[in-house]
Each structure stands twice: as C-alpha cells, then as structure tokens.
Design a protein around this ligand. Structure first.
Ligand SMILES: Nc1ncnc2c1ncn2[C@@H]1O[C@H](COP(=O)(O)OP(=O)(O)OP(=O)(O)O)[C@@H](O)[C@H]1O
Ligand SMILES: [K+]
Length: 315
C-alpha cells in the first residue's frame, strides 16, 4: 500500500459564536441567550485538513496543515484540535505578539447572522513563509489551497508545486477573479456556483445543473490542467475534465439541518480519494456521500464525518 501525503496551506480561524434574541444597539449592553456562547475551530484551510484526515484511511494517508496562528489561547486550542484529528501541525507557525484569526458571529433568533472577521496571524502567511515550505511541497502528492491567505502566497505555492510536478487543488473561496498565471498551475479547480460565476466575471448569473457544462468549459479554457468541479449545493456537483469527460454527480436526498462545512467535507473526501488514483467520478461520488452526512449534523468542523462513519453507512 502506498502512503499519500496531502498538504493543506491555508487559514486557521476560531469562530466565536453568540446567540441572542436581537442585537444590541450602539452603546447598549445586553445579555445574549443563556448558554448561548460557544467557540469552534474553523477557517477553510483547517476545516479541509480535518476533512481529509477524518475521511482518509489513516494507514495509507498523511495529512499536514500549514499556516499561521497567533500566540494566544485560540492558537493553542486549534493546534490541539488538529492533533486530535491526526493532522500533522509541525509546519504551523505561532506568530509572537499576534492574535489568531477569529470570526465573531452573532446569531439572532430569527436566524440572521452577523459576522466580523479578523485575519490576524493568517496575514503572516507571506511569500517567504511559502518559500520555506518548498521541500514539504515537493514531497507531497497533493497541495490543497483556498483564498483566505494573501493571494501572492497562493501564487507562490502553485509555482512551487508546478516546479515539482505536484498536483494542486484550488478551492477559490472567498470568490475573487483570478489570473491565468495562477490558474494554469491548478490541476483541480473546485468552486461553488457563486465562485464559478465570479471567476467568469458574471456574479449575477451563477450556473445551474442545466448549464454548468458551459461554465466548466470556460473555466477549463482559463488553463486548468485536469478538471473543473462546480459544486451546486443540494443539486450536487458537475465536473468536466481536460480530456472531455463530464457528468452531473447528484447530491444524496437527505434532510439538511445545517450546510456549514459541506464544501470543506466535499473537498476533503475528494482529495483523499483522488490522491490514491481512484477514478475522478468515483472520488466525487465519495465526496457527495460524505458531505450529505455533514449537512445532517449541526456545526462546522465537528460535523465532518469520519472514514468509519462512511464504512458503517456502506455496510
Ligand atoms: N442540502 C444538501 N443535501 C445533500 N447534499 C448537499 C446539500 N448541500 C450540499 N450538499 C453536498 O455538499 C457539496 C458542497 O456543497 P456546496 O455546493 O453548498 O458547497 P459550499 O458552498 O462550498 O458549502 P459551504 O460553504 O456551506 O461549506 C454539494 O456538492 C453536495 O454534494
Ligand atoms: K454542518
């Protein structure tokens, strides 16, 4: 059995969530819901690393997370959580006198969210940080990236991966338009429908199952090396490869309770499967199956299923 090494370079954030009947006005102090506060480790980078680790067979896959946290309790907590999930945290840098990235989330009882982000230590993932990772990138089978760290660092990482012929999966979130210079080094581009529309300069008209192939063709034409996979929420996903293979992967029909981390689960499951050279379509079916479990559970990283959960369901 060949061991695969998957490297995730990206963000680590602590979510600080407060539930309240309504938000205080300026200058006002009020109580939130009793027991209405909780914290949860997040950031797309860390969530995707957890997803890969949980959905891999631990005997044949090693997952390494790299990025930056601050010198604070949140940073320590995030490192501890990742270690519990068997993610290698040896390449995460603790930045002195910096706060970790945080998301302050106020959830009103009518379900409306207000979110304030502070990138904190994530902004320290600069070009020199990425240059120091060259050997790690070289010895990886797949590099997973998102856009919650500075863009020049993402560009540098794809260049290093290209230099060492390492496959890159890019989840272009949050959505921005990207240069051909960056996209030409991406093997697998995995946007959701909104990110696909922004990449193509038509944010008002996201793709649907019916016309996703047109969008996938245009994204492939921007230089993607192997495949474009557009996720479509409860409609599943659509993929097209450089060689012309395409299909709609339907989502499983389930009662969704909370779709947070669905996309991260999808990417984690797909990544571990494709890194072991399983067929693309089979890898995407595994991804759809895994994320269908995530949407049936409340929460973010804690709602991502494990390899054993999937085995039990299949049994
Ligand atoms: N309601 C649902 N029922 C079943 N599967 C779902 C549902 N929503 C999402 N999924 C699965 O999760 C995958 C990813 O979802 P989605 O396209 O919403 O990603 P995303 O927008 O990146 O998600 P998020 O930002 O919430 O993590 C879909 O392709 C689908 O397979
Ligand atoms: K969830």
């Amino acid at each position: 059995m060949t061991t695969r090494n998957i490297l995730v370079l990206g963000s680590l954030n602590m979510d600080l969530v407060m539930q309240t009947k309504f938000c205080p006005a300026g200058g006002q102090t009020m109580h939130g819901e009793p027991d209405g506060f909780h914290t949860g480790a997040g950031g797309k980078g860390a969530n995707q690393a957890v997803a890969v680790a949980r959905l891999s067979n631990p005997s044949d896959t090693r997952v390494c997370m790299t990025g930056c946290v601050g010198e604070d309790v949140f940073g320590q907590d995030m490192l501890r959580g990742l270690k519990q999930d068997n993610v290698d945290v040896g390449a995460i840098k603790i930045i002195p006198n910096k706060s970790s990235g945080v998301a302050m989330i106020i959830v009103e009882s009518n379900g409306e969210n207000r979110i304030l982000l502070s990138e904190g230590a994530n902004s320290c993932v600069d070009i020199s940080f990425v240059e120091a990772l060259e050997e790690k990138i070289q010895h990886s089978d797949l590099l997973i990236l998102q856009l919650e760290i500075p863009l020049p660092s993402v560009q540098k990482a794809v260049e290093l991966a290209h230099k060492h012929q390492v496959d890159v999966l890019l989840n272009p979130a949050p959505a921005i338009s990207l240069s051909a210079e960056l996209l030409q080094h991406v093997s697998y581009l995995v946007p959701n429908e909104h990110e696909a529309a922004v990449l193509l300069g038509c944010p008002e008209t996201p793709p649907t199952v019916q016309n996703a192939e047109v969008y996938a063709d245009k994204l492939l034409a921007m230089g993607i090396r192997k495949a474009v996979i557009i996720t479509l929420g409860s409609e599943g996903a659509f993929y097209k490869t450089k060689t012309g293979e395409s299909a709609h992967i339907p989502a499983r029909k389930v009662q969704a309770i909370d779709t947070t981390a669905a996309g991260d689960t999808f990417i984690g499951a797909f990544s571990t499967s494709i890194s072991h050279d399983r067929p693309l379509k089979e890898s995407l079916q595994f991804a759809a199956q895994s994320s269908a479990i995530t949407v049936q559970r409340k929460g973010a990283a804690n709602s991502i299923p494990t390899y054993t959960d999937i085995q039990n369901i299949l049994r």
